[in-house]
Write a protein that binds this ligand. Structure first.
Ligand SMILES: Cc1cc2nc3c(=O)[nH]c(=O)nc-3n(C[C@H](O)[C@H](O)[C@H](O)COP(=O)(O)OP(=O)(O)OC[C@H]3O[C@@H](n4cnc5c(N)ncnc54)[C@H](O)[C@@H]3O)c2cc1C
Ligand SMILES: NC(=O)c1ccc[n+]([C@@H]2O[C@H](COP(=O)([O-])OP(=O)(O)OC[C@H]3O[C@@H](n4cnc5c(N)ncnc54)[C@H](O)[C@@H]3O)[C@@H](O)[C@H]2O)c1
Length: 469
């Protein structure tokens, strides 16, 4: 039977009001399009509601715990630094609300004339029509899919016993022993958080090293730091094969290493094993779309296999970062409204994690640069050589700069330690401005700052002997 539900028609329909959907909708409206945004849950998406912002508040809490526990070195009697989990959770929620207040997506949509539809999950009926959980139908000449991603549970027996990262705040209490499966950005951050909060943490991954996409030295330094903090880091596993509930309520996790199974009990298991596009119920097949590696494949114009359907942000599986979501979505909106002509230049994408110690990177890793040119130049300056790091008792870490063999172009920057993300951000600014090494080495840095390590590294790189051909 044909549905008699009302159909509203727009120039551009955006699915999802996270960072990508918000940017796409506002840009399309700015260009004069009639725009609707369909959001199933809270505007703001993963980042503000369950991803970056809550994780960052937990990271700050973890730092406070560490500071309190070492305060006696400065003559401050601060106590044992025990975490009251309900208070911590309440603080996270309150901060999320404050950040949501800053973003004002709904108000900005209203000011821009964008129609925000909060009537449940949208589903493609055909390649131009979406049906909402409410039954209402919305049609778009162009559609920008910004549905983000969701945690992947491993397809193993008992997977439902695991907590996924976006549900960590719902844990009733801090686990005494926690297994974190997956040592990517999310797993590493949760490792630091639980470890600082006093849980015994086991971090498991099938990859040969943690933070597998970062520079080798970054990965090694963070893994070493985790081990020195008592985290049981187990990489290069054959797999995690099962979870089972024990009679005492604990979870028994079976992992296999070099063919040998081992079984360990935990109070909680967190599965941070990847972040595919959130499309299980999106009806992609009705629009003539399919998935490639868990995401909606797009071309360099952010256009899917169906010409008037675009995908931006986590949904296209490229760079799963807020800073990528913004520019991808704006480009997709421009292509949807103005015709397909805007491809995004190869932006530099700095990123990093708020672990203990922090880590960050931008551009090519040393291994990538050496694959391109074995004679590229690399200089690494330990934080321990920086007055400020010694003053602050934060000597763990380094900044590594990678440059072309003529010392003209900075190819990459990778840092571990205090303020790593900000340090890498300042190198990114120099890279984006096309600053050469000699100019960077000549910049004055205020004393005593962490940023000064950029000047030290640039000067170290200039002093590097030319690599032998
Ligand atoms: C724990 C964690 C920490 C992170 N920390 C950082 C960080 O520090 N820095 C960083 O850059 N990135 C971080 N990220 C990644 C970042 O959150 C994402 O890259 C970003 O949110 C992607 O934005 P998006 O708009 O593509 O998707 P999302 O933010 O996921 O938004 C998608 C929106 O679409 C809605 N939606 C989904 N399906 C439908 C449907 N069928 N109908 C209607 N609406 C729908 C969802 O409800 C959601 O609101 C983190 C991620 C996680 C999980
Ligand atoms: N601070 C940040 O910027 C930040 C923080 C969190 C997430 N993110 C973004 O979100 C994206 C997703 O991050 P993520 O950490 O959720 O996923 P990820 O894909 O980066 O990492 C998943 C990890 O799980 C491991 N894994 C896969 N199958 C496994 C198995 N069977 N057993 C054990 N381990 C297994 C993988 O080897 C990998 O190391 C990242 O790419 C990043 O862009 C960013």
């Amino acid at each position: 039977m044909r549905s008699l539900a009302r159909v509203d028609t727009y120039d551009v329909v955006v699915i999802g009001a996270g960072p990508a959907g918000t940017a796409a909708a506002l840009r399309a409206a700015e260009l004069g399009a009639r725009v609707a945004v369909l959001e199933a849950d809270r505007v703001g998406g993963t980042c503000v509601n369950s991803g970056c912002v809550p994780t960052r508040v937990l990271a700050k809490t973890a730092r406070l715990v560490r500071e309190v526990r070492t305060a006696d070195r400065y003559g401050i009697g601060a106590g044992p630094g025990l975490v009251d989990w309900p208070t911590t959770v309440a603080r996270v929620h309150a901060t999320v609300d404050r950040v949501r207040g800053l973003k004002r997506e709904a108000e900005r949509f209203a000011e821009a004339g964008v129609t925000l539809v909060l009537e449940g999950r949208a589903r493609f009926v055909d390649d131009v029509t979406l049906e909402l959980a409410s039954g209402r139908r919305v049609r778009g000449s162009s559609i920008v899919v910004c549905v983000g991603g969701r945690s992947r549970r491993l397809p193993i027996p008992g997977a439902e016993l695991a907590t996924v990262p976006e549900d960590v705040l719902a844990l009733p209490a801090l686990p005494r022993r926690v297994a974190i499966v997956g040592a990517g950005s999310t797993g590493a951050q949760l490792t630091t958080i639980f470890s600082a909060f006093g849980s015994e943490v086991t971090l498991l991954d099938v990859a040969p090293r943690i933070l597998a996409t970062t520079d080798d030295d970054v990965s090694r330094a963070v893994a070493d730091a985790f081990r020195s903090q008592g985290v049981d880091v187990r990489t290069g596993l054959d797999g995690v094969t099962a979870l089972e509930r024990e009679a005492d309520g604990t979870i028994r996790l079976t992992s296999v290493e070099d063919g040998a199974p081992s079984r360990d009990r935990f109070d909680a298991v967190v599965m941070a094993t990847g972040w595919p596009a959130d499309v299980a119920d999106l009806g992609l097949e009705n629009a003539g779309l399919s998935l490639t590696n868990g995401a909606i494949a797009v071309d360099r114009y952010f256009r899917s296999a169906v010409g008037h359907i675009f995908a931006a942000g986590d949904a296209n599986g490229r760079d799963l970062l807020v800073q990528a979501a913004h520019f991808e979505a704006e480009a997709a909106a421009e292509n949807a409204v103005l015709g397909v002509n805007r491809r995004t230049p190869g932006h530099l994408l700095p990123s990093g994690g708020f672990t203990d110690p922090d880590y960050a990177g931008v551009g090519m890793t040393e291994a990538e640069a050496r694959r391109r040119d074995p004679l590229c130049l690399v200089a690494t300056v330990p934080l321990a050589e920086l007055d400020r790091a010694v003053i602050d008792d934060r000597e763990t870490g380094f900044l590594k700069l990678v440059a072309d063999r003529r010392r003209e172009v900075i190819l990459g920057a990778h840092a571990v330690g205090e303020n790593a993300v900000e340090i890498v951000q300042s190198v990114t600014t120099a890279m984006a401005a096309g600053v050469d090494l000699a100019t960077l080495a000549d910049v004055r840095f205020a004393y005593p700052t962490y940023g000064a390590i950029v000047g030290l590294a640039a000067r170290a790189l200039l002093a590097e002997p030319p690599a032998a051909a």
